[in-house]
Design a protein around this ligand. Structure first.
Ligand code: ARG
Ligand code: ZN
Length: 886
């Protein structure tokens, strides 16, 4: 384990590499504990670098065997190697030379799941960000692009499948029961995109013909017997390939595209060139084992990794500070894909909810950082909601500001100009500035200033002058002392709504630049701390609808007047804004209810909220998925975030439960009707339409159980469920509302028995129990770590039990005696010894400790501090803890 504190890496220190690697020939002689790796590197001294300049290659925990320079053994004077670096003291003076290196690695001992490791008896790699240096010494940085040829040798019986990037070249027998395969990837790539998989899996095969007629073989590898469960992923892959051609004009560029599903994986998936490696939970699906949410995630992640082939692989990042160049852009692309495949408003609302749940708190707490950070100690800790999701919002704002045409012109120029390069955010923005002939200097602040800007907006209508005045103030509270907060460019998509929501015309606007792209909402472009905007020729008093479609990742405090929001919740022509208005009204009631609970009073919803809630519930003109979102109250964590300080999670829980019961009782008849009308008619179909029906019906089920204060209906639903969406939902309702009941105990046991051999399904069983909102869940989670099926070594198990407990159960995790924090910190200590990345990620669950009420705040702090004070922790974990406490 790397336990050093780790030095700080700075964007400002970037220098191009003195040496480049034109060609990389790798030979792997696979062995469970002693895999030999030979790397033959075609080195080239960069123009302008003095001959003989020493060359340092990165390593991490390597066993060095030997090195040769231009074919001759390099003695100890020429080369010095430690586990973490190899230095060629006096490289040949010639511009090019070859460097051959032999190392030995132990894949079985690799519990970090970075580099070459074992999973389910197979060999697998993960190299992003800095895992390649755990395989061989290398210039392990994204701006060193090399052409790879890979030869893999292994035992034929145990390891029949030998895969790497690019196209297959040859394979054959080696005698002695061993065989080999050779792969060649013609596209120069950085080392983080290298992949190797070797083992024994089943395969699903298909093909795709690109727009220009290239026939591509598609293969998805999964555990034997699970092939039918890869059908949906294959379908999503083909749809992704077609969509990228139609929407962005981007075609696939190799003869084969392969996806391997493995069960031990630190994150979701990885876009290695031509050989994506996936966490199997984002590949495997059938109605019996996967929920609608699982299907949607699979579709999005398959698309995301595929889209990386252009945004990430063909054009990669110059350095890791530019991570959002590929991630923010690729998330934007996968969001658009899902919006086109399903309902655009529903997708947008879901994405905004996620942004608010994960990115906003990150951006206002101790782990806040710019979308393009300026420093880091451990890059793995920067695969964050800010880099990914806020990064995607920035791209979306560009699209809003430039319109469809300007945005497409910028993207085209970007691909044309930077294909085959390692690029920067400046280069990306320059393409849009040039193609759309606009200045993006101020816009670029979005990449450099952390924090969520706030808008304060007021309006005044003058009947006689027929003017409508809108005052907009923007402000940015620096989340980290000393970070900049200059005014930003904020695109506010807007409409002036007249009676019934129809958009009113206006004559002229002063006070801000406005624009109107064909077929889209008008946009106010805010650039100053304060704008006084005046619309003239307004025939009647309008209601202002702003941030339509969530046109910028900002907050709005104070909210629009309550009366306006009730109007917009009924009439806004933008479905996002309509949901937003309703959601903010519900939030207002929930916060009032929390205050009431803290004062010893009962929690209730206002009459006005009850009215609008039942109107939406009964409104059959909305599509089902949209209605389900509207009828879902903000989560306890959302309420906590909104309250912001001195948080008492118990009061929030009681308040939300009280408001839910009130609304459920008031709308019981409507929910009963929905529940019966939406009974499944046809066979399960994972598409948007069926998913919407199930989503709304399951909201109705939850509400009916609350209204009746009984779980009878959930029990019945569980008995009738013929798919995992309905089954898992009913089990969750039953377990959460009646955790002590015999019915819940039996249902949980039945679920466990049915899925004991399916770890990713059993994860739902762990999560449902880990999120029961009551104090005793601390002990339940403790006990579940000893349950059959749990493992301290598998990231999915850890996330579904420990992670779900810490992030999805505010009541138990924040138990007043601090036992929840102690449980998490003890688990993290144990996990850190084997897998620092997962440990560091779990630690982020404590980032909001300062917002708690004083008693919990102190207990949380003590738990974090004792974790830091005990035995040494990894660099990954130390980085998160130190920033959390700073
Ligand atoms: N590039 C991958 C993706 O977004 C994720 C890699 C995450 N790597 C890490 N070290 N956390 O598709
Ligand atoms: Zn990505």
């Amino acid at each position: 384990m790397r336990t050093e504190t780790g030095q700080v890496i700075r964007l400002g220190d970037y220098r191009p590499s003195d040496y480049l690697i034109d060609k990389t020939d790798l030979v792997f002689r696979l062995d469970p504990t002693r895999t030999r790796v030979t790397a033959k590197l075609q080195m080239r001294r960069r123009a302008g670098v003095a001959p003989g300049t020493p060359l340092t290659l990165d390593g991490d925990g390597l066993t060095f065997v030997g090195a040769r320079i231009d074919g001759a053994d390099a003695g100890d004077n020429a080369v010095s190697a430690t586990a973490d670096a190899l230095v060629v003291n006096a490289p040949p003076a010639s511009e090019t030379f070859t460097l051959e290196i032999e190392t030995v690695v132990d894949p079985t001992a690799n519990t970090q799941l970075m580099g070459l490791y074992r999973t389910g008896g197979n060999y697998c790699t993960q190299c992003e960000a800095e895992g390649f240096r755990r395989i061989t010494y290398f210039l392990d940085r994204p701006d060193v692009l090399s052409v790879y040829a890979v030869r893999i040798e292994a035992d034929r019986k145990d390891v029949p499948l030998l895969l790497s990037n690019g196209n297959p070249v040859e394979n054959g027998d080696l005698g002695d029961g061993r065989h080999y395969a050779v792969w060649h990837d013609p596209h120069p790539k950085p080392s983080y995109l290298f992949a190797l998989f070797a083992g024994n899996l089943g395969v699903v095969e298909d093909e795709f013909t690109t727009a220009s007629g290239r026939l591509v073989t598609l293969k998805i590898y999964v555990e034997h017997g699970k092939e039918p469960r890869a059908a949906y992923a294959m379908d999503a892959l083909k749809r992704s390939m077609r969509w990228d051609e139609e929407r962005f004009g981007l075609e696939y560029d190799l003869d084969i595209f392969q996806i391997v599903a493995v069960s031990d994986f630190n994150m979701g998936a990885m876009e290695n060139k031509g050989l994506n490696i996936f966490n199997d939970k984002y590949v495997l699906a059938d109605p019996r084992t996967a929920t609608d949410q699982d299907y949607a995630s699979i579709e999005a992640i398959i698309a995301h990794e595929y889209f990386h082939n252009w945004t990430g692989n063909r054009i990669t990042c110059r350095d890791w500070f530019q991570l959002c160049l590929k991630e923010g852009l690729t998330v934007y692309r996968d969001q658009e894909f899902s919006a086109d495949m399903r309902s655009r408003p529903v997708k947008r609302i879901g994405d905004v909810r996620l942004l608010r749940a994960h990115q906003f708190p990150e951006d206002s707490g101790p782990l806040a950082h710019p979308v393009r950070p300026r420093t880091y100690r451990e890059i793995n800790n920067f695969y964050t909601a800010t880099v990914y999701e806020k990064g995607a919002e920035i791209v979306r704002m560009l699209r809003t500001l430039l319109g469809a045409k300007g945005f497409a012109a910028g993207m085209d120029l970007y691909f044309q100009r930077h294909d085959g390069e390692a690029a920067t955010i400046e280069q990306f923005l320059a393409c849009f500035a040039e193609a759309a002939q606009t200045d993006l200097t101020q816009f670029a602040l979005w990449y450099d200033q952390p924090g969520t800007p706030n808008l304060a907006i007021t309006t005044r209508y003058d009947r006689t002058a027929r003017t409508f005045a809108v005052t907009v103030n923007q402000s940015l509270k620096p989340p980290v002392a000393g970070t900049p907060n200059a005014p930003m460019v904020i695109p506010i998509a807007f409409a002036l709504a007249g009676k019934n929501g129809s958009t009113l015309d206006h004559d002229a606007v002063s006070g801000a630049r406005t624009m109107q792209h064909e077929g889209e909402d008008g946009v106010l472009v805010i650039t100053e701390p304060k704008h006084e905007i005046v619309f003239t020729g307004i025939a009647e008093e309008p209601v202002l609808s702003v941030l339509r479609g969530f046109s910028a990742p900002v907050t709005r405090v104070p909210q629009a007047p309550t009366r306006d929001r009730f109007f917009l919740a009924r009439h806004d022509s933008d479905p996002f804004s309509r949901w937003e208005a309703l959601n903010s009204l519900a939030m207002e009631d929930l916060i009032k209810a929390t205050r009431a609970v803290s004062a010893g009073d009962p929690a209730a919803a206002s009459d006005a909220l009850v009215d609008i809630f039942s109107a939406v519930a009964g409104d059959g003109t909305f599509d089902n998925a949209y209605r389900a979102l509207c009828l879902t109250l903000p989560a306890e964590t959302d309420i906590a975030r909104e309250i912001g300080r001195d948080i008492d999670p118990d009061a929030i829980n009681k308040a939300r439960r009280g408001v839910t019961e009130h609304l459920a009782k008031a709308c019981e008849r409507v929910f009963a009707r929905i529940y019966h009308e939406l009974q499944p008619r046809n066979a399960y179909d994972p598409g948007a339409e069926g998913a919407g029906r199930r989503a709304l019906r399951n909201v109705a089920l939850t509400m009916l159980c609350h209204a009746a204060r009984s779980t009878d209906l959930a029990e019945q639903a569980l008995a009738e469920a013929d798919n995992m969406t309905d089954r898992a939902h009913a089990l969750m309702v039953l377990t959460h509302l009646a955790p002590e009941s015999e019915a819940a105990a039996q249902a949980l046991e039945a679920f466990r028995t049915a899925f004991r051999a399916e770890p990713i399904v059993l994860d739902k069983w762990f999560t449902i129990q880990a999120t029961v909102p009551r104090a005793e869940t601390v002990e339940t989670v403790q006990a579940l770590t000893k349950a059959p099926g749990f493992s301290w070594d598998n990231p999915n198990r850890l996330r579904s039990l420990i992670g779900a407990f810490a992030t999805g159960n505010p009541v138990a995790f924040n138990r007043a005696d601090g036992k929840g924090y102690e449980l998490l910190c003890a688990a993290i200590r144990r996990i850190d010894a084997k897998n620092p990345q997962v440990a560091a990620r779990l630690m982020t669950a404590m980032r909001a400790w300062r917002n708690l009420e004083p008693g919990r705040r102190q207990r949380a702090k003590t738990a974090i501090e004792s974790l830091r004070r005990g035995d040494r922790v990894s660099r990954d974990l130390a980085d998160i803890i130190d920033r959390t406490l700073a």
